[in-house]
Design a protein around this ligand. Sequence first.
Ligand code: FAD
Length: 185
Amino acid sequence: MSNTTTTTTKTTDKDSNDNKPVIGLSGRNIVYDKDGKPCRTCNTLLDFQFAMGKKPVIPHEPKEVKKEKLSGYTKDYPPDVSELGKSSWTLLHSIAATYPENPTDQQQKDLKQFINLFSGFYPCWYCGEDFKIYIKKNEIETKNQDLFGKWLCNAHNEVNKKLNKPVFNCELWKKRWKDGWDEEE
Ligand SMILES: Cc1cc2nc3c(=O)[nH]c(=O)nc-3n(C[C@H](O)[C@H](O)[C@H](O)COP(=O)(O)OP(=O)(O)OC[C@H]3O[C@@H](n4cnc5c(N)ncnc54)[C@H](O)[C@@H]3O)c2cc1C
């Protein structure tokens, strides 16, 4: 894990030695799993399909055109790095929004354990490894809801910076994830 904190993508040393594509159709590097196969949850859907040699499906085509029904279920694709990320942040910030204002020692311990396990099992492996590094450098704040919410917001901002996305004002995390915005905002 040499350059995870400075780049959004990863390749293995093997890439330059065989015919595996290095750059995807999105312009990002293709990320490979440790077994050398393209990583489904580390790439965009477009890049993953390209790396697999499949005909790319345009990800944002209107639902009616692209998606077929399968016994009552829509044939959705497995999540790519963006969909996985958005859903995961929604879960994490929502956990912060419902974390007790005055947690017990056990609740604090459980939350730390959860975040540590989450980083270890995160399906985009290089995202999880970078998150682990962040946790090591920035101890998880579990003393109360607001502290944890802000810690998480800062962790999310670290990824935003890496991806050149706007940094979120962490003073406002509760408006986004708990209380909602005032009418005039
Ligand atoms: C632990 C983790 C690590 C990740 N690492 C990588 C990575 O290394 N490379 C990569 O390509 N992707 C990574 N992702 C995914 C990435 O962060 C985004 O989720 C993905 O790019 C989709 O972005 P988005 O624009 O939909 O908004 P997201 O970044 O998913 O944000 C969703 C919503 O959260 C709100 N928000 C934004 N910033 C904050 C904040 N700081 N605090 C509170 N709320 C906020 C906004 O309303 C935003 O619309 C990671 C995801 C997670 C959960």
